[in-house]
Every structure is written in C-alpha cells, then in structure tokens.
Design a binder for this molecule. Structure first.
Ligand SMILES: Nc1ncnc2c1ncn2[C@@H]1O[C@H](COP(=O)(O)OP(=O)(O)OP(=O)(O)O)[C@@H](O)[C@H]1O
Length: 349
C-alpha cells in the first residue's frame, strides 16, 4: 500500500464574488517533501495556502493532512488544531517579545522549562543562540526570517507553510538564507509548502513545483519537468524568457525563420506550431554581411557571465534574443544563428 501523503487536496475551490481564487485544485505532497507553489501575482497561491492553514474555508473540495480530513464534507478542523506552522512574508514577529519569547509563543501548552529548552534548541538550529534576548528590531531581516522559521518549526508541525518567505531579503542575502532554510527543514523532515513568484527560486527550492494561473494548476512536477518539458507556452515562458517562432510542418519537418527542426509528436504537413526557444539554446557565430544565413545584430548587452545579443530575423516581428557564453568580436555586425533542436519546445497552435 502507498504511504499516506502528508497533504492531499482534492477538487478544491474558493470563490470571492466573481473571482475564482482557487479552481478545482488537486495535489498531493509526500511526507518530508518540499513543494513550491509558483505563479504570477493574483494566481491564487496565498488563497490556497490560507485554505490549507484553515484561516479560510473552501466552497468545495477536500483537504486531508496525514490522512485526516481537515476541510470537506465531514467538517472543518480549526487552524490551531491542524498542527501547521506558518511563516509570513513579513515574518509577523511580536515586537514587544524577545527572540526567545517569540519562539516560545508557538509552544503554549508546553511546560515552561521544556519550552525554554526547545526554544534554545531551535534558536541554535538557526544559528541565533546568542540573540535569544534581543528584540526583533535589533535583528537584521535575515535574522528575523530565521526567528520566524524557528517559531514555526518549534512545535514540530505536521506541515510548514511559507508565503514568499525570502522576498523581503536583499538579493545578496537571499540565496544563503534560502539554502539554510531548506537544509533545516530537510534535517527536521518537515513537509513544506513554499510560495514564490520568482521562477528561479521556484525551480531551485522544491522537490515538486506547482505552477498556478487564474486559480488553476497549469502544471505540476519536478523542476526539470517544468523547465525542460513544459506542457504549453505559458509554463515554458513562466520559467524563462523564450523566443516564440512560428513554425509550419512541411515535408515531414518543421520550418522556422531560423532553420528547420525534425518533426516531433503527432503533427502532420500543414500544421502550424509555436516553436519556443530559450535565449541560451541558440548558438551564435560571426558572419560577413551578404553571406547566406547572415543576420544583422541590432543590440548587445554585456551581462558578465554571458552576453545578450539581439538579432533581426526577416519574418519575425521582434528581434531574436540569444544569450551566449562565447565572446563575439567587438565589431561584429552580422551573425549566423543555430538553435539546438533538442532544446526547442514545440506546441501546436
Ligand atoms: N478576501 C478576498 N476577497 C476578494 N477577493 C480576494 C480575496 N482574497 C483573494 N482575492 C482575489 O483572489 C485572487 C487570488 O488572490 P491571491 O492573493 O490568492 O493571489 P496570489 O497568487 O497569492 O497573489 P500575490 O502573489 O500577489 O500574493 C485575486 O484575484 C485576489 O484579488
């Protein structure tokens, strides 16, 4: 028999007037797994998190935690009874309580001496053992985030929910805090759901990534599934900018403005397709004007590790964007471009 998932959601919906914030969402998260909920602002990520936490109730559908129905036809389990930890975007620390008291707040009901020991253990775990008696305003943003994490994890929740937990940190700090957070969650074996609108963060964080749009799940899978095998143009473009080339199936292959691709999937002559190619999946090399397959460079931008190059392609409305790690000569005016066929994503239109 398969193990019971830590969280199971079936056909969940929540509507606010005309707006359907969550529409027929179903998903399962294995115990100890980390799921990242990704999507643009307003797609329903926070609404879904609130339903799981129990601070809001669904109009339809079922939520089960460790096999126990917490929302659905059998009734509704109050948030305090769900044993869920929550880390808010702004951390929501109590300003008048010390760091240790903030962590102990999550341990109401435990004997005082045990709570102090547990708070100390958690603060050591997030590297803040020496800051126990400080107040939140005496901490940096990264330290406040770690206190919020320690507070949420201290009561050993069945599930931890984190709403954009890294978005208030500056870029230099974010990656380190992200790594430490994930390693602590993994060490404790806690099942976690992290909301992010940042595509790179979503790909790097979770065992499982769920992409939402207008309250619905667009695609769910590993980061590799979503990035390498998106199920449509929306998922392909969400995780990285793509060039969108119109293609036509002709004589058993796909013709585009920058070359021909072998036929993939169930397509036949005359079918129109969208060929999505990431800027990094196109090779570029110098050519002389007038040579066959020489395209004009319209702009270049040095980005350090790579260079962004835009190239005018006859038949395309917008210049083709290429990101190249090999250097082009400073005075290059025309280039040849070559897309890597295995990295082209083809969708019937
Ligand atoms: N209490 C509410 N009353 C009315 N509409 C709501 C309410 N909560 C959410 N919505 C609407 O539901 C939709 C989903 O909102 P939600 O906050 O879940 O999105 P989100 O993906 O978390 O966005 P963000 O990343 O900006 O936080 C939005 O259109 C929002 O305006």
């Amino acid at each position: 028999m398969l193990p019971t998932p830590a969280l199971e959601i079936a056909s969940l919906s929540r509507r606010f007037g005309e707006t359907v914030a969550v529409r027929n969402v179903s998903l399962a998260v294995d115990r100890g797994a980390l799921l990242c909920l990704a999507g643009h602002s307003g797609c329903g990520k926070s609404s879904l998190l609130r339903l799981i936490a129990g601070v809001d109730a669904p109009d339809a559908g079922i939520i089960r935690i460790d096999g126990q129905e917490v929302a659905g036809p059998k009734g509704f389990v109050e948030p305090e009874q769900r044993r869920i930890g929550f880390v808010f975007q702004d951390y929501a620390l109590f300003p008048h309580l010390t760091v240790q008291e903030n962590v102990r707040f999550g341990l109401r009901g435990m004997a005082r001496s045990d709570a102090i020991l547990r708070a100390r253990e958690m603060l050591d775990g997030v590297g803040l053992g020496g800051h126990a008696h400080r107040y939140p305003h005496e901490l940096s943003g990264g330290e406040q985030q770690r206190v919020a994490l320690a507070r949420a994890l201290a009561p050993s929740p069945r599930l931890i929910l984190m709403d954009e937990p890294f978005s208030n940190l500056d870029r230099a700090l974010r990656e380190g805090v992200r790594r430490d957070t994930v390693s602590l969650i993994r060490e404790l074996g806690t099942t976690a759901i992290i909301v992010s609108h940042d595509p790179e963060e979503a790909l790097s964080l979770g065992d499982q990534v769920v992409l939402m749009r207008s309250g619905e799940i667009v695609q769910s899978g590993t980061a590799y599934d979503l990035y390498d095998r998106p199920n449509g143009t929306y998922a392909a473009s969400f995780f990285a900018a793509c060039n969108n080339l119109p293609g036509l199936v002709t004589n058993g292959h796909i013709e585009t403005a920058i070359g021909v691709l072998p036929l993939a999937g169930r397509l036949s002559d005359g079918d129109r397709v969208a060929v999505l190619v990431r800027p990094s999946a196109i090779d570029v090399s110098p050519r002389h004007e007038g040579e066959s397959l020489a395209f004009k460079v319209t702009a270049r931008q040095m980005r350090g590790e790579m260079e962004a190059v835009w190239v005018a392609i006859p038949g395309l409305d917008v210049p083709l964007e290429i990101r190249s790690i090999s250097r082009l000569p400073a005075n290059v005016g025309h280039v040849a471009v070559q897309m890597r066929p295995e990295q082209a994503m083809i969708f019937k239109v």
